[in-house]
Design a protein around this ligand. Structure first.
Ligand code: SF4
Length: 207
């Protein structure tokens, strides 16, 4: 029996009292633990998040027409939302006008992708940022997340520090149970060096 919730191409999907926006299937990383790379397929909580094309701002706004009953809207799909930065910011403004808080789940590499500091653009548009720290050091990060840039972990940490200046709540996360990931060392790095909260997460859960 299939438990799949609807056809592929889901742009907006609810889980509990949150509404999630799937902006893109594009990624900066090729994480070894990602469902995209483990053959499990792009499904989250039984939603198929395969996108045949990038949803337009109009498509996305239609999916966000009724936000009644949701406590926040989260940019989190099967790809990196900041790869569509102008659209993401436009939709964040739309959600803010509807009076709902906005969270961004990100790999924290936007400043490397765009070669400039994008964090000031989050101010007033994004209330919370959850950044995938994923590891306690660059060596572990590079092995697990396979970034195209050797200095990605430095950029990620710098993004966290800069985002703190513009966003009310910044949280670093790491997946529990991955080989070589020391969750307590990740916590220390986040809390003591980067000055943000830390939250361990489970691989098959959207947070
Ligand atoms: S950043 Fe997320 S979606 Fe992209 S490869 Fe890594 S786990 Fe998968």
């Amino acid at each position: 029996m299939t438990r799949q919730k609807g056809p592929p191409g889901r742009v907006v999907y609810p889980i509990g009292n949150r509404l999630y926006v799937n902006l893109t299937n594009g990624c900066s990383l090729k994480c070894s633990f990602c469902f995209k790379n483990t053959g499990q397929g792009p499904q989250v909580d039984d939603y198929d998040l395969t996108l045949e094309r990038q949803p337009s701002p109009t498509d996305i706004r239609k999916g966000l027409a009724d936000l009644e009953g949701y406590e926040e809207v989260v940019f989190c799909g099967f790809g990196e939302p900041t790869l569509r930065l102008p659209t993401m910011l436009e939709i964040a403004e739309f959600i803010q006008r509807k009076g709902k808080p906005v969270r961004l789940n990100t790999d924290g590499l936007a400043n490397r992708v765009f070669r400039r500091d994008v964090t000031p653009q989050l101010a007033g548009r994004v209330d919370r940022v959850s950044v995938s720290l994923n590891a306690q050091d660059a060596e572990t990060y590079n092995r697990l997340c396979r970034p195209p840039w050797p200095d990605a972990f430095d950029y990620l940490q710098d993004f966290i520090r800069k985002a703190r200046e513009h966003v009310e709540q910044v949280t670093a996360t790491a997946v529990e149970g991955l080989e070589g990931v020391d969750i307590e060392a990740c916590r220390r790095l986040a809390e003591e060096e980067l000055g943000v909260e830390f939250r361990p997460r489970q691989l098959d859960r959207v947070g």
